[in-house]
Design a protein around this ligand. Structure first.
Ligand SMILES: [Zn+2]
Ligand SMILES: [Zn+2]
Ligand SMILES: [Zn+2]
Length: 363
């Protein structure tokens, strides 16, 4: 995050002795002459305007004011001697600085009536132009009157919730039942009636595939179709060509009676995001051979120049008859498959859904 200075604005302080509001740069109450105590904080004025006076700005940049250790009077950071009692200021304590006093207020404020003579005064005035009486601080108009309404979610009705719980319960019961039933098996003796196999081979072809990536990550052999500028990252420091994104300006107490209006900014760095095509091996076709004997064969398709063989799959099935019912068993490998001679007898472990879980020779 980069802190950017928008400008400087006057602050004010309220005299604890007489209640008069004073300009931030005034170190002594204009009404009663009391010095501003160290523990009286600066506050924002109702309407902040950027200071044009270079001298005031230079003073604000010089560092927080200090309070005389003997009489308490506020003196500039650069002073060696107290302006009131001429005491040495080397041991003087600097005012607290850096606190945020509020969001920058540059909106106009309404005029205010003097409570003594009724004269209308500018909302930014401290004293009545007619009688000189101290003016009350203007209430700032609410700038965020249209605050977004947070709509409270109505939530699910009770009935919907009960129905949902009911459905979930039934699904859970069904799952448990299926697990129990499929694990419960019985043993029967079956005779091999026949077999079948299927050998498949995928044919892959080099196919142009469209994809998107940052320009420096596009593969070398890809063909770039088009690129557009997109935000690649956000960084705290400025960079050439980056877009500056700044937050709401706010005012910070500099400890001098002047506030620094600052903005926290980030920088969006753009880069080329490109659409490209790249040749990739993709499934193009599937060639299969099937048979009902014990000598399976792999298909041997002829390949074009930009084609190659892909994934191979082998499936075997053995058909049993047991007490007039038919069962199918699927061996995992060719060596297992070739054990099942036609007419041989096997003990089948069959579950509730008539699936053969395992087979063992019936000796
Ligand atoms: Zn006073
Ligand atoms: Zn002093
Ligand atoms: Zn007045």
């Amino acid at each position: 995050m980069t802190k950017k200075t928008v400008g400087y604005v006057h602050l004010e302080w309220e005299c604890p002795a007489c209640g008069t509001r004073n300009k931030g740069i005034d170190k002594i109450c204009r009404n009663c002459g009391a010095p501003q105590p160290a523990d009286v904080q600066f506050e924002q004025v109702a309407q902040e305007q950027l200071i044009q006076d270079e001298q005031v700005i230079a003073q604000a940049q010089a560092g927080p004011d200090v309070h005389c250790p003997f009489c308490g009077t506020r003196n500039p950071a650069t002073a060696d001697q107290c302006s009131q009692c001429l005491a040495d200021l080397t041991e003087a304590k600097a005012r607290e600085a850096g606190q945020v006093v509020g969001a920058h207020q540059d909106k106009a404020v309404p005029d205010v009536a003097c409570s003594f003579c009724g004269t209308m005064n500018s909302g930014t005035a401290l004293h009545c132009v007619h009688c000189g009486a101290a003016l009350p601080k203007v209430e700032r108009p609410e700038t965020e009157s249209a605050k977004p309404q947070v709509r409270r979610s109505t939530g699910m009705s009770k009935t919907t919730r009960y129905v949902l719980f009911g459905i979930l319960g039934l699904v859970a019961i069904a799952c448990i039942a299926i697990i129990i039933l499929s694990s419960r098996t019985t043993e029967i003796v079956g005779e091999v009636q026949g077999v079948s196999w299927e050998y498949s081979v995928a044919i892959e072809a080099l196919t142009p595939v469209e994809d998107e990536e940052w320009r420096d990550r596009v593969p070398d052999d890809a063909e770039i179709l088009s690129c557009r500028k997109e935000v690649r990252r956000t960084q705290p420091n400025p960079a050439p060509g980056a877009t500056e994104v700044c937050g709401t300006p706010y005012t910070v107490d500099t400890g001098t009676g002047v506030g620094e209006v600052v903005q926290d900014c980030e920088y969006q760095v753009y880069d080329d995001y490109c659409t490209f095509t790249e040749l990739q091996w993709r499934d193009f076709d599937l060639v299969s051979l099937t048979g009902d004997d014990f000598s399976p064969q792999w298909p041997n398709p002829s390949l074009a120049q930009d084609q190659r063989l892909g994934e191979e799959t082998e499936t075997y099935e053995v058909y049993f008859n047991a007490d007039g019912s038919n069962y199918t068993y699927r061996p995992d490998s060719l060596s297992e498959f070739t054990q099942f001679e036609e007419g041989s007898r096997w003990i089948l472990e069959v579950n509730t859904f008539n699936n053969v879980r395992s087979v063992t020779p019936d000796r």
